[in-house]
Design a protein around this ligand. Structure first.
Ligand code: ZN
Ligand code: ZN
Length: 212
């Protein structure tokens, strides 16, 4: 989680510098974090502005994608639907990613599983202008290779719910005894706050609750 914006993340695909005929396979094999799935070859697109290519791919989510109560599990399948467009200064990527989402309900802590979809549009430039400092926010191609992973990471991190809920109106846990209120029912209460309708049962001494 600490390396989301580092310059090195957006560049430096091991094995991607050569012009070998079998480059993609080598990139995938050599990409240590198993995220070569997010590296795309821009040679079929070419550099003629206006050139467009659509590509779909199933990639495997990188590690460490999530925070707090919600995350995309490592190696989970991510469906990428992308459009690459050559523009004067680089390649514009527009697309979406659908990924599984795992986590815990922020109120009752039940495990939850769902999916999330993020969309993004990012410009990957061919190279910084002469004399320009490579700003952290910018993304660059590495030769003919475009590593979508940092853009995907940023989009997911922004979209992850801070307080995921198992259901919209999850009542959470009882503040006193920790029981899940969805199971205990609306009448669940303690001491003086007990629902009056239960008063008769309490007189019959079937309740083991502590009297205040
Ligand atoms: Zn819940
Ligand atoms: Zn309780």
């Amino acid at each position: 989680m600490s390396n989301l914006k580092g310059k090195s993340v957006a560049r430096g695909v091991p094995g991607a510098h050569g012009q070998g005929s079998d480059s993609r396979a080598r990139v995938s094999a050599n990409h240590g974090r198993g995220s070569g799935d997010f590296v795309f070859d821009m040679r079929p697109l070419g550099r003629q502005p206006g050139s467009v290519r659509d590509e779909t791919r199933t990639a495997h989510a990188p590690d460490g994608l999530g925070s707090g109560l919600a995350r995309v599990p490592a190696a989970a399948e991510v469906a990428l639907d992308l459009r690459f467009e050559a523009v004067a200064e680089g390649v514009l990527v527009t697309g979406s990613a659908v990924a599984p989402l795992a986590g815990e309900c922020a109120r009752c802590l039940d495990p939850l599983a769902s999916t999330m979809e993020v969309s993004f549009q990012e410009l990957y430039r061919y190279a910084p202008d002469p004399g320009e400092d490579e700003a952290d926010e910018e993304r660059f191609l590495d030769g003919d290779w475009l590593d979508l992973e940092p853009a995907f990471r940023d989009a997911v991190v922004l979209a992850l719910p801070l307080s995921p809920l198992c259901q919209e109106d999850c009542p959470g846990l009882c503040a006193e005894c920790g029981v899940r209120l969805a199971e205990a029912g609306p009448q669940h209460a303690h001491g003086a706050d007990v629902d009056p309708r239960w008063g008769l049962l309490r007189q019959l001494d079937v309740s083991d609750r502590v009297e205040d």
